[in-house]
Design a protein around this ligand. Structure first.
Ligand SMILES: [Zn+2]
Length: 664
């Protein structure tokens, strides 16, 4: 639908341009007068369509017209208690969870929905069936999935009344029917047992890897999670198909993880029983790391698998973690971990990696990971919003790059700038979507794209050069990509519907580059930055929708940006401005500008005067209100050349027609 609309706009624009250009250029018209009028009307209609903002939902008391949470904004509460055991040999996790669920919505709930993400890895799951065999990673779709047991619902206030629940499992979703509605303001406790066999390579999000000193386990989507019930969709029950990520409620977690004695566990949250699971020396080293900018060794590479790395004893150990204001909980465990750490403000920054992650002087590896992570946490804290959590952990394993609250998984083989980049990106997700909890499955750009945008500046700050600009965010690169098939979908397309190859372009790069364009060119940092920070502040620990972002930026900057949201985010238009002619007469210069694409932008001009001085002018975006042709008139002296977009800030698909040079 979107493509057809854009095509028809472009067709209409072409007809309109021809007629309008002939009018403005004041040359003899060859078309009859009525055809000119019809053509100019079509051009005008096309320009009106370009300026039409995307259709946004009507503001209400939950979400205001200014983009802030409304006076009656609500979201559900979900606090988890989980006890689980890892059996490394069997590659099994077995556990039991209790979700304390509070209904803050204004409606009574008859049912609860849960997300059973592990069922993606069951044979012939809905996600497996649409994933090409060459991308069904080893062990990922070979008979995994949750085994559930003893599902019970207990009402708050009547602890004696606990009943076995009625439920239906449908792939990665489970619906539980309540025997009586959960009234607004009321709570209940849902408890269930679960177990699953860990896939080796779980959709590049979790799994296990055999290292020389033991298996590295990365556990995520490992417990049944309550679905989000919100004011926009009610229950959010889109299935987990693999490509689309997550949408989760905020709450607290108390998690007890029992593992063999020789494994070290890292997880979301604060370790609450360090004296039981760490040596006295390790606790001393962690205390030192907390106050250190420099990286401090917690487990040295020579201590791995020695008595020095574990407290005395045998059998199993239970590691206890507590986390607040998080939307998920993930963990890793291995006997192979080298461990180091540093501090920033109240946060302990940690890296755990097997020796396979080590690099050398010419190609540094994970021995520098904590330094990269510390930069990331400090840079985003100072630039956007203070990192609010006590821990930030990077794990090296089979997963190439995946984010969870306070813990991320990055590829063990990453080195150098690649390791910096993936660390910076995954920990950058702490802000989007861990702090600002958007719906990743429907609007992946609100976490991937915003993160790519902030990564650009973080990389710039760390390396002091434009690492991202050259290849990833450069407007000319974006322009050439926009002419390819991967740009055939709009950014605002649910992640599972985006063609696989296009996800990285649309949700990451085009979004990130669009925000760079908005910040550095359209609005300027002085106007953009406070608005972007305000969006984070307003929606921290909440569930923003695209309209909340668009409206916040418009309201804080005071700028109507409907044309930008429409052009960049909800359509597939390309930008192409041209200078089609320049007439000079004494002190007057008439510059004929033509918008040959289907996006509008303000256009900077570099004007060279006869005395050699160069003047900058900006043709504002409103120039295109009247159609695709605009006559810009300069009246202050003879001009020798005019260049449109002299700084190459715009993703112009045709740069051949942007400079006019008069006779010397
Ligand atoms: Zn990402």
């Amino acid at each position: 639908m979107e493509l057809q609309t854009t095509d028809s706009i472009r067709r209409a624009g072409r007809i309109g341009r021809a007629a309008l250009a002939s009018l403005f250029a004041l040359i003899l018209a060859v078309a009859p007068a009525d055809a000119q009028v019809a053509g100019s009307r079509q051009g005008l209609a096309a320009s009106q369509a370009i300026f039409q903002p995307p259709a946004l939902p009507t503001p209400n008391t939950y979400r205001s017209a200014s983009g802030a949470p409304g006076s009656e904004y609500w979201q559900q509460g979900a606090d988890y208690r989980i006890e689980a055991t890892l059996e490394p040999e069997a590659k099994r996790v077995t556990g039991r969870e209790t979700i304390a669920y509070t209904n803050h919505s204004p409606e009574a709930l008859d049912v609860l929905w849960l997300q059973l993400d592990q069922n993606l890895f069951a044979a012939h799951s809905r996600g497996a069936e649409i994933t090409p065999p060459d991308r069904r990673f080893a062990g990922a779709f070979t008979g995994g999935g949750f085994e559930l047991s003893d599902i019970r619902v207990e009402r708050a206030g009547s602890p004696g009344r606990s009943g076995a629940a009625t439920y239906v499992v449908d792939g990665t979703r489970m619906r539980i029917t309540l025997d009586q509605p959960l009234e607004p303001g009321a709570g209940l406790a849902l408890s269930l047992g679960f177990a699953f066999t860990i896939p080796q390579y779980g959709a590049d999000r979790m799994g296990w890897m055999d290292a020389a000193d033991g298996t590295v386990f990365e556990l995520a989507q490992w417990y049944p999670r309550i679905s989000v019930f919100d004011d926009v969709h009610g229950w959010n029950t889109l299935p987990y198909l693999g490509q689309g990520e997550f949408y989760l409620e905020y709450g607290s977690f108390d998690v007890e993880l029992t593992v063999p004695h020789d494994l070290i566990v890292a997880a979301t949250g604060t370790l609450t029983n360090p004296e039981q699971v760490l040596t006295a020396e390790q606790r001393r080293r962690l205390d030192r790391a907390r106050g250190s900018r420099e990286t401090v060794t917690i487990v040295d590479r020579n201590e791995v698998r020695t008595n020095a790395s574990r407290p005395s004893g045998e059998g199993t150990l239970t590691w206890k973690f507590h986390a607040e204001n998080v939307r998920d909980f993930s963990w890793a465990a291995s006997s192979a971990f080298i461990w180091d750490a540093a501090g920033y403000d109240q946060t302990l920054i940690q890296s755990l990696y097997p020796k396979e992650g080590l690099g050398d002087a010419s190609n540094p590896g994970w021995e520098r990971a904590t330094e990269y992570a510390r930069h990331t946490i400090e840079f985003y804290s100072k630039t956007y919003f203070p990192y609010p959590y006590p821990s930030a952990i990077n794990i090296a394993g089979i997963v190439r790059g995946m984010e969870y609250p306070q813990i991320v998984f990055c590829g063990v083989r990453a080195r150098g700038r690649g390791l910096f980049g993936v660390t910076d990106h995954e920990l950058g997700h702490s802000w989007f979507p861990m702090i600002v909890g958007s719906d990743e499955r429907r609007h992946a750009w609100m976490d991937e794209g915003f993160n790519t945008f902030i990564n650009y500046y973080s990389g710039l700050a760390f390396y002091g050069d434009s690492t991202a600009r050259g290849s990833r965010m450069d407007p000319d690169t974006i322009a050439s990509r926009m002419q390819q098939l991967i740009a055939a979908q709009a950014i605002e397309t649910p992640a599972d519907r985006v063609a696989g190859d296009a996800l990285g372009f649309l949700q990451y790069r085009k979004t990130g580059a669009g925000l760079v364009l908005l910040r550095e060119y359209v609005l300027g940092p002085d106007r953009f930055d406070p608005a972007f920070r305000e969006y984070i502040r307003r929606w921290a620990y909440r569930h923003p929708q695209p309209a909340d972002f668009f409206r916040t930026i418009e309201n804080v900057t005071g700028e109507d940006l409907g044309w930008f949201w429409h052009g960049w985010f909800t359509s597939t238009g390309k930008f192409d401005v041209a200078i089609t002619g320049v007439e000079t007469a004494g002190d007057t210069t008439r510059v004929h500008l033509q918008n040959q694409g289907s996006l509008v932008m303000p256009v900077d001009l570099a004007v060279t005067h006869a005395d050699g001085s160069v003047e900058r002018r900006r043709v504002p975006v409103e120039a295109w209100y009247g159609g695709p042709d605009f006559l810009y008139v300069l009246t202050d002296g003879p001009v020798t050349s005019v260049t449109a977009d002299p700084d190459r800030m715009l993703p112009d698909v045709d740069r051949e027609d942007e400079t006019w040079s008069g006779a010397p």
